[in-house]
Design a protein around this ligand. Structure first.
Ligand SMILES: Cc1ncc(COP(=O)(O)O)c(C=O)c1O
Length: 373
């Protein structure tokens, strides 16, 4: 297994403005950050208001039972409160699945979010990797996954997957869930980016989760609601699994402001913001794909999330492109270190039109200079 640590990603993740600023001398507040996948609209106004009004409450401990947020999530999602675990980001929920379910071996389909393997190793679990085939959009075949499920306690599936943005069909998810049940393995379907897909177009096992007691769904509130600095996520699974995971959680790991922000995200008034976000991301993603194809002839994949996987032309490596864009104040994510990808793969976030124009101009300029070299 390769690590995903790059020159600008020493911790294996995008969004590291501190490393980029130290390297390029650009102030941390001056970047257009295409390396982290955060809603370009910023948090909904209801969240900012709740944080301002709630600031005085930082003198109190947060609710260790996360009761109000669970109550609202349960109503929105149509699941029982004891089927929910609130975490300090989806990352904590993933960690709690590994520790709470006593997982000794983990399966991943590469390329995928690096934290699956990193956390698994941190908890002493062995990691087995199947590399998805490019012609399948980097998905693995059910037969390959069946063989993997025979060998592991828990399988991670990104849906949409990071860094490809690609999803699985509902039929396929059901098939994997059934195979996992036969093999007595858990399947974590990581839906951290699923909110970017309109509810009526989403393939998800959520409405039928009670028929799949081996399946856990992971959700993040940090990307769609643009609060990665506050940290908030949740897991949905059978009450018995949720209880086992909760037993391993540090009390108060979810802070009071994050809980308030989460509650505000679930107010009915955020519906317009949610709709606007999906419209903006869908149209800007299509715009970026077509402009990248016509201006640069670089390949992209038809992802459904707020980011795009790109294969650069033979002129480039991801690292050289980062070096060319850094002085221009633009940050992109190298995917060179992902299993299954090459030094020519990068990932970019989908942002608003003005930023996207600046990105495209910077890419065209850098590509023109490189062609002349
Ligand atoms: C696929 C995937 N899952 C989970 C997470 C963790 O999200 P959070 O910020 O909620 O911990 C990330 C963050 O980048 C991610 O890309």
């Amino acid at each position: 297994m390769k690590t995903t640590e790059g020159v600008l990603e020493p911790y294996g993740h995008g969004g590291d403005l501190w490393t980029a600023s130290a390297r390029f001398g650009v102030g941390a507040g001056e970047w257009i950050d295409y390396s982290a996948n955060i809603n370009p609209l910023g948090p909904p106004p209801q969240v900012l208001e709740a944080l301002e009004n709630g600031l005085a409450a930082i003198v109190n401990y947060p609710d260790p039972g996360h009761r109000e947020l669970k109550r609202r999530l349960s109503a929105k999602l149509g699941v029982a409160e004891d089927e929910l675990l609130i975490g300090n980001g989806a990352a904590e929920c993933i960690a709690l699945a590994l520790s709470g379910l006593d997982v000794r071996s983990v399966g991943v389909v590469a390329p995928c979010f690096s934290e699956y393997a990193q956390l698994a190793e941190a908890y002493g679990a062995e990691v087995r990797t199947v590399v998805g085939r490019e012609e399948n959009g980097y998905r693995a075949e059910p037969s390959e996954l069946d063989a993997l499920l025979e060998q592991v306690d828990l399988l991670f599936l990104g849906h949409p997957n990071n860094p490809t943005g690609l999803t699985y069909s509902l039929e396929w998810l059901r098939e994997i869930a059934d195979l996992a049940a036969e093999r007595s393995a858990y399947v974590v379907v990581d839906e951290a980016f699923i909110d970017f897909i309109a509810p009526e177009r989403r393939a998800t096992l959520l409405p039928e989760l009670r028929s799949h007691p081996h399946v856990l769904l992971m959700h993040s509130m940090t990307k769609f609601y643009a609060i990665p600095g506050l940290r908030l996520g949740y897991a949905i699974a059978a009450p018995e699994l949720i209880r086992k995971m909760a037993r391993k959680q540090v009390t108060w790991s979810v802070n009071g402001l994050a809980l308030l922000a989460g509650q505000a995200c679930l107010e009915p008034e955020t519906a317009a913001y949610e709709r606007r976000t999906r419209e903006l991301i869908a149209s800007e993603r299509a715009y970026l794909r077509s402009e990248i194809a016509s201006r640069l002839a670089w390949r992209t994949w038809p992802g459904e999330a707020n980011f795009l996987l790109i294969e650069l032309s033979a002129l480039w490596t991801a690292e050289r492109l980062q070096e060319a864009l850094g002085p221009r104040g633009v940050l992109v994510r190298s995917c060179a270190k992902y299993d299954g990808l090459t030094e020519r793969h990068i990932r970019i976030a989908v942002r608003g039109r003005a930023d996207n124009e600046r990105l495209l101009a910077a890419l065209e300029q850098a590509d023109g200079e490189e062609t002349l070299r």
